[in-house]
Write a protein that binds this ligand. Structure first.
Ligand code: C2E
Ligand code: MG
Ligand code: MG
Ligand code: MG
Length: 285
């Protein structure tokens, strides 16, 4: 097909782009159907106390078990859901799945830890978000401390006023909020002052970069020091080596999460892990 060029020299009629657009359209239709068919699953990654290495929490991570394309990661379907108006439904699906799962673990007599759910800014802005959340938790018979939230600041934080209002409501209701991927993208110190956050998650790029770049190492250490001053809990993501875990602990970081401590697991594996923890001998025998 012929290429036409716009005034600024942009190529706006490119076959590949059309292909991508129709691809996206197809995928968004499949997502809408997939949501109805229960194709969105949740797996859970352990968070551990860096000092004792004990399990202190889980993070819920959504997966799309696509019937023909295989397992699709959230980096594909979350932005898609945001663009095609499905993020509220997707978010409700994840909350319902997690709440039901926690209720099931509890019914099995397993010792529970808080489960963190990721929220997109756009999702939080929806008027139905809080009422729907409370309804789902009520139906599952869960207390508010059973789940907590992680939010990543994005360009979607356009309506700062609404977003802050919603997050304050969550905080007032007793939900703990962590700022995800801190130190990258749109996270800023001025937001830190305004957001009702109780924890900061240090982005994994600093953890991974720490070995080669003392710049990354120092930024991570400065974030930890700042968080401690502000009495915020710190969680390091992407911890893959013992060396990283020890360095972070020495720097004063509270919690670690990453392949070193465990990959995202399906609900049955988590149940087994909780059961093991239940049976673990205590220090005094
Ligand atoms: P995130 O919340 O920052 O989650 C951490 C990501 O790092 C996860 O990727 C996790 O699988 C991965 N990860 C954990 N430990 C390690 C490690 O040691 N090394 C490396 N290289 N990676 C590690 P995942 O599951 O692909 O999720 C990507 C992002 O998608 C999440 O980033 C979160 O922002 C978003 N997301 C996931 N589930 C949901 C959801 O239910 N709702 C919304 N709105 N966003 C979600
Ligand atoms: Mg997260
Ligand atoms: Mg993150
Ligand atoms: Mg993230």
């Amino acid at each position: 097909a012929a290429k036409q060029r716009g005034k600024a020299g942009f190529c706006f009629y490119e076959p590949r782009m059309i292909e991508q657009a129709s691809e996206r359209l197809a995928l968004s239709t499949e997502l809408r159907e997939g949501l109805g068919r229960g194709e969105i699953r949740v797996c859970y990654q352990p968070k551990v106390d860096l000092r004792t290495r004990e399990l202190v929490g889980l993070e819920a991570l959504a997966r799309w078990a696509h019937p023909t394309r295989g397992a699709l990661p959230p980096s594909v379907f979350i932005p898609l859901a945001e663009d095609c108006g499905l993020i509220a439904r997707l978010g409700e699906t994840v909350v319902r799945e997690v709440a039901g799962q926690i209720a099931q673990w509890r019914a099995q007599g397993l010792p529970l830890v808080p489960v963190a759910i990721n929220l997109s800014m756009q999702e939080v802005q929806g008027a139905q978000f809080v009422p729907s959340l409370l309804r789902t938790l009520g139906e599952a018979g869960l207390d508010r401390d059973a789940i907590e939230f992680e939010i990543t600041e994005t360009a979607a934080m356009t309506d700062v006023h609404t977003t802050l209002g919603q997050l304050r409501t969550l905080d007032t209701l007793g939900f703990r909020i962590a700022i995800d991927d801190f130190g990258t993208g749109f996270s800023s110190l001025s937001h830190l002052r305004q957001l009702p956050a109780r924890a900061i998650k240090i982005d994994q790029s600093f953890v991974h970069g720490a070995r080669r770049s003392h710049h990354d190492r120092e930024i991570a250490e400065a974030i930890i020091a700042l968080a401690r001053k502000l009495r915020l809990h710190t969680i390091a993501e992407g911890v893959e080596t013992e060396e990283q875990a020890r360095w972070l602990q020495r720097a004063g970081c509270d919690t670690g999460q990453g392949f070193l401590f465990g990959r995202p697991l399906d609900a049955e594996r988590v149940a087994a892990m909780l059961r093991e923890r239940c049976a673990a001998p205590t220090l005094d025998g």
